[in-house]
Ligand binder design. Structure first.
Ligand code: HEM
Length: 479
């Protein structure tokens, strides 16, 4: 008899973690706690708790969407976008300290914060948005079915903290708005590739739509702290967490600028590697075609039927000895090497990003150059959840994407083509772009297609911890 699965309290877990808040738009609002208003902040936080969209709410919303799609299909019409909105909350180490909470959450990266982690991640803080170099205490994320819905939900949330009124308990530090791309590009990131396909399946949790092969199951404790599988980097020792942290998860947020015209130009300039097929070169750099079809399954041409088939589009294993079908340094192979490594599942994350910024203008496309106009900055608001930042995001960026010797092969694989950064003075190269000669090296040095603009590490606590541990009910406070 095995241990019975943990009974998940979906109404206590924030909605973005296990399944993701449904969204067309999303605003990330970063704030600092007013040092003179800490008791007020705690009261306001307790008032925020009932407004949090939980995993149970997400299930309801996703069921509404499913029924609408079913109705539209039956009537042969287009499904309407149902109005909905969700609020989630996360706190940084500096935020916990500002509240006087001295508990050690047991994660060295969280404790450090992302700005101090720049040397590990090979980030260049000179490229950071100024506000993201300031102290950040917490993040409020608001998702919704339109920009208008998100804006009005955020306005209501900010009223809870008296922002804009007398005695605000928080000061805004930075706000960034994301939106899914228009029309058929909807779920595609700005380079044009379908995103959000490969996600792990969480043991003990049934998502609204099962899209992944069962082989992708990870223990609940890889996502939620204090659950089965919440282990340190040795994979054997259970990490000690404060009891209030149960049902929470760590969030890594990064604003990643994408230089889209430059990426296109790079593909154009190097397409000889794939016999003049620019799309194939792009697919080999990412690991999937723009449609989402994995190159490991469809190495020679895009396959739309494969891309759309949830039973097949994530059901593959790399050949550990070969990069004929997929280069070792392709973004998807670097960030989740599957069977290249026996314990690659120990480093899985749940990705929850959204695109930001406008579409490429005609003039940018014609000149193969991103505009210097800040209003035309575009990219990915990358967000991911895990029970352990050191094993999750930090490990993937530091030990895999930025490590030319990973995965360990007889040939040096090179850096992750999309997000990998080489140490100062080391050329940013990769091999395997040319399927006919896997040893041909491709130099990506002058083309950092993705520029980190800053971010931070947070903890997304349970609803009860927001209400009772970090927050404080008004009447208790008055006693
Ligand atoms: C602007 C930056 C980025 C772009 C354009 C990008 C794009 C993509 C695309 C197109 C996919 C394939 C679709 C899918 O499997 O869902 C993907 C997968 C993935 N990305 Fe990224 N990504 C970016 C940043 C990052 C970062 C910073 C990380 C982590 C350090 C990361 C980790 C992953 C992982 C783990 C997968 C799934 C791989 C798999 O399971 O096969 N990505 N990304």
């Amino acid at each position: 008899m095995g241990t019975p699965p943990t009974q998940l309290d979906l109404a206590n877990i924030q909605g973005d973690i296990l399944e993701g808040l449904p969204k067309k738009n999303q605003t990330f609002f970063f704030f600092r706690i007013n040092p003179n208003k800490v008791p007020d902040f705690r009261v306001h936080l307790a008032q925020l708790a009932p407004l949090i969209a939980t995993a149970a709410d997400v299930k309801n919303d996703r069921e509404r969407i499913r029924l609408e799609k079913e109705r539209a299909a039956a009537c042969k019409t287009t499904a309407s976008i149902l109005e909905m909105s969700g609020v989630n909350f996360a706190i940084s180490q500096k935020g916990l300290t500002a509240l006087g909470n001295t508990d050690h959450l047991g994660d060295a990266a969280f404790k450090k914060g992302m700005l101090n982690d720049a040397p590990t991640l090979l980030d260049d803080p000179n490229q950071f948005v100024d506000a993201l170099k300031q102290d950040i205490h917490g993040a409020i994320t608001v998702t919704g079915s339109s920009a208008g819905v998100v804006a009005s939900t955020l306005a209501n949330v900010l009223k809870v903290f008296n922002v804009g009124g007398e005695g605000a308990s928080i000061d805004p530090v930075y706000q960034v708005d994301g939106q899914t791309r228009p029309g058929a590009e909807g779920d595609h990131e700005h380079f044009g590739f379908q995103d959000g396909i490969s996600q792990p399946v969480i043991a003990g949790f049934s998502p609204s739509t099962i899209t992944e092969p069962v082989s992708e199951v990870i223990p609940l404790g890889r996502v939620l702290v204090g659950e089965d599988g919440d282990l340190d980097s040795t994979g054997t020792t259970v990490i000690q967490r404060p009891t209030w942290a149960k049902d929470g998860s760590f969030l890594a947020f990064r604003q990643l600028k994408q230089r889209v015209p430059e990426f296109d130009q790079f593909l154009e300039a190097n397409k000889a590697l794939t016999d003049g097929n620019k799309e194939q070169l792009g697919a080999r750099l990412v690991g999937r075609w723009k449609s989402g079809a994995p190159v490991d399954v469809a190495p020679l041409q895009d396959d739309f039927a494969l891309a759309k088939d949830p039973n097949r589009n994530n059901d593959f294993r790399y050949d550990p000895g070969s990069q004929l079908r997929c280069p070792f340094a392709a973004h998807t192979r670097k960030t989740y090497p599957r069977n290249d490594l026996s314990n690659s599942k120990a480093h899985r994350i749940l990705r929850r990003g959204i695109a930001y910024g406008p579409e490429v203008t005609d003039s940018e496309a014609a000149n193969y150059q991103s505009s210097t106009d800040p209003a035309l900055e575009r990219g990915l608001l990358f967000a991911c959840y895990q029970s352990n930042l050191v094993n999750g995001f930090q490990f993937i960026q530091h030990s895999w994407a930025n490590n030319a010797d990973f995965p360990p092969k007889t040939i040096t694989s090179g850096f992750d083509t999309i997000v990998g950064v080489s140490p100062a003075g080391v050329p940013r190269t990769m091999v395997g772009a040319d399927p006919d000669d896997a040893a041909t090296s491709l130099d990506l040095t002058t083309d950092l297609f993705v520029v980190p603009r800053g971010g931070d590490y947070f903890f997304a606590p349970s609803v009860s911890a927001i209400r009772d541990t970090l927050g404080q009910a008004a009447q208790n406070f008055e006693l």
